[in-house]
Write a protein that binds this ligand. Structure first.
Ligand code: HMG
Ligand code: MG
Length: 302
C-alpha cells in the first residue's frame, strides 16, 4: 500500500465546534496557520451555519479574513444552504461542503430538516459553486450508526446518497462515522457497498474515535482503496448533536499509522505536535491522541 494519502484536517471546524471553552479568533487563525505550516494542504477553516446553533463557528468570516492564505492550500467551509454559500462567496474560502445524514432523526437534529430537504437545500449551493468555479465536497453523517436510530444504518442507503451527491456535482463524498460506532468489518463492508455506485477515489473516510476503533477502521478502508482521510489535530472534536461522541481520529495517530505502512502525506509530525501542544494550551483539553501524547512526553524528557 505504498501510495499517497490526502489528509483533510478538520480540527479547526469539527474539532473546535464542540469545545466548551471559547477560543478566540486570533487563536483559531494561529492554529490553522500552524497546521498549514506543518504541510496540511486541505483544511476546514470554519462553518457558515447558524450562530445560534453552533456559536463556536460564529466568527468564521473573521477567521477566513485574517488568515495569511498560502497558495496551493484548500481552505474549506461548511455551507448548508444559500445563506451559508453567500457568506462563503464573500470570504476567501476556496472550497465548500454540503452535508446530509443517513438518518432522518439526525438530519432533523443537525439541520432542522428531513434528509430530502437537506438535499434540496444543497442543490442551489452546488449551482452557486459551479458558477463561481468552487469545488463542493459532500458529507454524509451517521454512516456506521446514529445516536438516535442505532447501529443498523443500511450501507445501500449510504451508497445511494453518495451517488446522489456526486451526481449533483460534489467532487468527493466524505463518509462520517459521526459517533464512532463503526468496526473494521462494518467499515470495509460500507466501502465495498458504496464503491458499487461510486469510484473509490471519490470517497473519504471521516471517522470519530468514540469507541477507540477509528485507526482500525481506517486500516480496513485503506485496504478497500480509500486514500482520503479526515482527521483532527490532537483528536479534537465531537458533535453537538451526538451526546458523548468524542473527537475525530487524531491526525498524529493517522500519520503514525500511514508512516508504518510506507504511505506518504507530506505532513511534518514535529510541526503537528507543535500545533497539538498549542491547541491543548488554548483549550485546556488533554491531547486525545496516543501518538501525540507519547511524542510530546518524549520531548519533555529529551
Ligand atoms: P433552520 O433553522 O432550519 O433555517 O436552520 P432557517 O432558514 O429557518 O433559519 C433560521 C435562522 O437561522 C434565521 O435566523 C436564519 O437567518 C439563520 P433568525 O431569523 O432566526 O435570526 N440561518 C443562518 N445563519 C447563518 N448562516 C446560515 C444560516 N442559515 C439560516 N447558513 C441550518 C438550518 C442548517 C442553518 C441550522 O440548522 C444549522 O446551522 N445547523 C447547524 C448544523 C451544523 O453546523 N452542524 C455541525 C456540523 S455537521 C457535522 O459536524 C458532521 C460532520 O463532521 C460529518 C460527521 O462527523 O458525520 C460534517
Ligand atoms: Mg465529524
Amino acid at each position: 500500500m505504498s501510495e499517497q494519502v490526502r489528509i483533510v484536517e478538520v480540527g479547526a471546524r469539527d474539532g473546535l465546534q464542540n469545545q466548551p471553552v471559547a477560543v478566540s479568533t486570533a487563536d483559531k487563525v494561529r492554529l490553522i496557520e500552524m497546521l498549514v505550516d506543518a504541510g496540511i494542504t486541505h483544511i476546514e477553516a470554519g462553518a457558515f451555519v447558524s450562530p445560534k446553533w453552533i456559536p463556536m463557528m460564529a466568527d468564521s468570516a473573521q477567521v477566513l479574513a485574517q488568515l495569511n492564505l498560502k497558495p496551493g492550500v484548500t481552505y474549506s467551509v461548511l455551507t448548508p444552504n444559500v445563506k451559508g454559500m453567500e457568506a462563503a462567496l464573500a470570504s476567501p474560502a476556496n472550497e465548500v461542503a454540503v452535508f446530509v445524514a443517513a438518518s432522518e432523526s439526525f438530519s432533523q437534529r443537525n439541520t432542522n430538516c428531513s434528509i430530502d430537504v437537506a438535499f434540496e437545500r444543497a442543490a442551489p449551493v452546488l449551482n452557486m459553486a459551479r458558477e463561481a468555479g468552487i469545488r463542493v465536497r459532500g458529507y454524509i453523517s451517521c454512516v456506521l450508526g446514529c445516536p438516535y436510530e442505532g447501529d443498523d444504518i443500511d450501507p445501500g442507503m449510504v451508497a445511494d446518497m453518495t451517488a446522489r451527491l456526486l451526481d449533483m456535482g460534489c467532487f468527493e463524498v466524505s463518509l462520517g462515522d459521526t459517533i464512532g460506532r463503526g468496526t473494521p468489518a462494518k467499515a470495509k463492508r460500507l466501502i465495498e457497498t458504496v464503491s458499487l455506485q461510486a469510484d473509490t477515489s471519490k470517497l473519504a473516510a471521516h471517522f470519530h474515535n468514540t469507541y477507540g476503533q477509528a485507526i482500525a477502521n481506517l486500516y480496513a478502508v485503506l485496504e478497500a482503496g480509500v486514500r482520503v482521510i479526515d482527521s483532527s489535530v490532537a483528536g479534537l472534536g465531537g458533535c453537538p448533536y451526538a451526546q458523548g461522541a468524542t473527537g475525530n481520529v487524531a491526525t498524529e495517530d493517522v500519520l503514525y499509522l500511514l508512516d508504518g505502512l510506507g504511505m506518504n502525506t507530506g505532513i511534518d509530525m514535529e510541526k503537528m505536535l507543535d500545533a497539538a501542544a498549542f491547541i491543548q494550551e488554548v483549550t485546556g483539553a488533554p491531547v486525545a491522541s496516543n501518538t501525540a501524547s507519547a511524542l510530546l512526553k518524549k520531548r519533555l524528557v529529551s
